[in-house]
Design a protein around this ligand. Sequence first.
Ligand SMILES: Cc1ncc(COP(=O)(O)O)c(C=O)c1O
Length: 383
Amino acid sequence: MDFATACIHHQRRIQDPARAVVEPLYLSTAYDHAGETVGRDHMTNGYDYARLQNPTRQTVEDVVCALEGGDDAIAFSTGMAAISCLFELFAPGDRIVVGWDLYGGTIRLFDQVSKKNGYEIEAVDTTDLAAVESVLARGARALFVETPTNPTMAVSDIAALATLAHDAGALLIVDNTFLTPYFQKPLSLGADIVVHSGTKYLGGHNDVLAGFLVSARPVLSEQLRTLMNTLGSGLSAFDSWLVTRGIKTLPLRMERHQQNALAVARWLEEQPCVDYVLYPGLEDHPGHDLCLSQGTGFGGMLTFGVDTEERAQHVLECVKLVLFAESLGGPETLITYPRVQTHADVDPEELKQKGIDYRMLRVSVGLESVDDIIADLEQALAD
Ligand SMILES: Cc1ncc(COP(=O)(O)O)c(C=O)c1O
């Protein structure tokens, strides 16, 4: 089945007598076993208690699993809930290698929770394969990366990282939030687990929080599903229904996000007060060719730096159509201030090294007319 079709159609696990075109929303937390022989055919319908499984959640999991080409997908209440659950795979003393440029909330989890739990976390620039190899040579249970990264838009070679991780006996985990399976399928490149903030492009409408883990193999799937049930962090039925609905238009939205982002990036490059533009779709971006060779597009996220801190703050205060808000992947164009929002809790020295300063702005380019987005940025950038 083609990707666009799989976003809309999927095998229904439950036959609906009303034959509704849209999947029903099952809010029930408990499931009746009347007529079943206890201990024998108990739970023949596959449902018992909704923390473990619910037909509406199962639908969104089936869709995401098919799109990423996984063995199983598990839906969580947020992206951070998915990553937190994933990290329960590890134990005190385990060494985990992580990309040095990640979403700030993920870094906070590693710094404030994983380290407290006795995990050894080592960050490395995952665009530098020799550096990754030498860090992995000291042993690791997993390598966790984002590509492109949030917010510096660095692109890493997923297939090469998979080889390095596997040679070292580690799992490769890829956060695929920015590109989604529409543009990039990490499991097909050798990754073992894919992570999503489903709050972003999968939900796609800035109205639902969600997260996903997609695993490549049954053994991992079973471990992760047991952890999700034990921790109780699964996605609610209504939120599952919203994400299923959002995914139906994923291909159309991703194409338009990308088209608008490229036009905004090219326009920003021409502005005298803009010092740099980080968007993999620009031919001179260092990750441009790699992004295309391991996927089919560049997505709708871009980061740029202006000449002064005052101008960055002026832009945030003056945008009208573009909203000064912290999220991404929805129809509305959002501008975010990584230094004080997404990365506020990251060590200032670390931020300095990564160039995440008070002149940097991140844009989730939305689905509006691109002329209106550019006109708004133009008036906000003006003195
Ligand atoms: C790349 C990435 N991963 C994970 C997360 C966490 O997702 P959530 O906000 O749904 O918990 C975010 C949130 O911005 C993100 O940008």
